[in-house]
Every structure is written in structure tokens, then in C-alpha cells.
Design a protein around this ligand. Structure first.
Ligand code: MN
Length: 230
């Protein structure tokens, strides 16, 4: 028996499956599109990806209305391709890394941009900017075999029907096999590990009552509504 009852952990629906995908860890890649790196005031780093993490308690399903996040006056969207792993990967090659991919999905890496900037300015961690409740929004997953190869699929985000982010997946600086291979040098990756692969240019603030719709060709789109602050 546990001493306390915790909220149930979100599991993600998978297209064509009755069973759901359980989440163990959430890794996120920073500045993985050149134009987004530049809009954040950095030159793209082609040497190696870098990461931050979110706790699984940050997960939020598509279709939700979430409160405007506490502790920020600059709450931002970041539309991203999410990779869900289904096989082990430790110190793996690109070729082996691809075999570890189970599915893909649309995700939103919701960000307290002001708190992230504090972290950068003060050389402190990004947790308050990145890892908080409802900050890891996810849509139902599509198995990798059904999605096919990652090529020039469009990735878009609209806020209140106005296009804000438009790119193609071949613009990822570090592609999916490269990210998995690199990250597998540091973790025993495996089932339950999600990787948010980074956002294209065009990030920006949200306001109460905004309606966000993100799309990636071949995947279920993602929808989020911003509610009043608590
Ligand atoms: Mn991001």
C-alpha cells in the first residue's frame, strides 16, 4: 500500500490500438531549427543537441483548456514533433536508433519565456520556465510504420486561425536518429521515453481565450485552449 493516492498518470492513446502508451520520462531538445535558434539570439549549434526535461506530471492531453500558467507574464507556445520510444537504446548508432522509435505525435512545449530568460540571465536551470503542470501537451500517437519516413512533412501552428509557425521536418538540425543516438550516450533509453524534438521559428505569447491548433502532415493535430489564470 502507498501512503498517499496520487493523481493517475496520463497514458497516451495510439491510433488503431486499444492499449495506451505509458510515459516514463520526457526529454526535450533545445534550439533544433536554425531559424528558431536565431530568433532566440543564438547561432545554430551543429555540433551536438542539448536537452532539458519535463516530469510526466507535466503531461496534458490535446483538446484541453488549461489555465494561463501561474508565475509568468510571458506564456509561450512551441509546436513540436514528439518521438515515443518502444525499444532500448544505449550508446546506439543512428541505424539502431531508428529501430527504437515506436511512434510519433504532435506536441506543444508550453514555456514560461520570462522564467526561462531568468535562468539564462542568472545561469540557473530552466525548470521554472519549462517543467510545470500542463506544459507538455500531447496528441494521440501514430505508429512509426504507419507514419513512414520523416522527410519534408509540414509542421504548423495557428493561434486563433492565424499562422504563427510553419516549417518542414527536414529542417531539424539534429534529426531523430541523431538525437536518439546522442541522448543514448547518457541514458538507457527505452519504452515510455518521449522526446520533444524542438520547435521551428515563430514562437510567441498566448493570451486568455486563445485557441491553438498544431499540425504535422500524417499525424493527429493538436488543440489547446488557454483559460483564465487561477
Ligand atoms: Mn521546445
Amino acid at each position: 500500500m502507498s501512503l498517499f493516492n496520487l493523481p493517475p498518470q496520463i497514458e497516451i492513446p495510439v491510433n488503431g490500438e486499444t492499449d495506451t502508451y505509458p510515459v516514463r520520462r520526457i526529454f526535450c531538445v533545445g534550439r533544433n531549427y536554425a531559424d528558431h535558434a536565431r530568433e532566440m539570439g543564438q547561432e545554430p549549434d551543429l555540433e551536438a543537441p542539448f536537452y532539458f526535461t519535463k516530469t510526466p506530471s507535466a503531461l496534458c492531453m490535446t483538446g484541453s483548456t488549461i489555465p494561463y500558467a501561474p508565475g509568468t507574464k510571458d506564456f509561450h507556445y512551441e509546436m513540436e514533433l514528439v518521438v515515443a520510444l518502444g525499444g532500448p537504446a544505449f550508446r546506439t548508432t543512428r541505424e539502431e536508433a531508428e529501430k527504437a522509435v515506436f511512434a510519433y505525435g504532435c506536441g506543444l512545449d508550453m514555456t514560461r519565456r520570462d522564467r526561462q530568460q531568468d535562468g539564462k540571465d542568472k545561469r540557473r536551470p530552466w525548470d521554472l520556465g519549462k517543467d510545470f503542470e500542463d506544459s507538455a501537451v500531447i496528441a494521440p500517437l501514430t505508429r512509426a510504420k504507419d507514419f513512414g519516413a520523416i522527410k519534408n512533412q509540414n509542421i504548423t501552428l495557428k493561434v486563433n486561425d492565424i499562422p504563427r509557425q510553419t516549417a518542414t521536418l527536414d529542417q531539424l538540425l539534429h534529426d531523430v536518429p541523431a538525437v536518439i543516438a546522442h541522448l543514448s550516450g547518457y541514458y538507457h533509453l527505452g519504452p515510455g521515453d518521449l522526446i520533444y524534438t524542438g520547435t521551428p521559428a515563430g514562437v510567441g505569447p498566448v493570451a486568455v481565450n486563445d485557441r491553438l491548433i498544431g499540425t504535422i502532415d500524417g499525424l493527429d493535430s493538436i488543440l489547446l485552449t488557454i483559460g483564465s489564470p487561477e
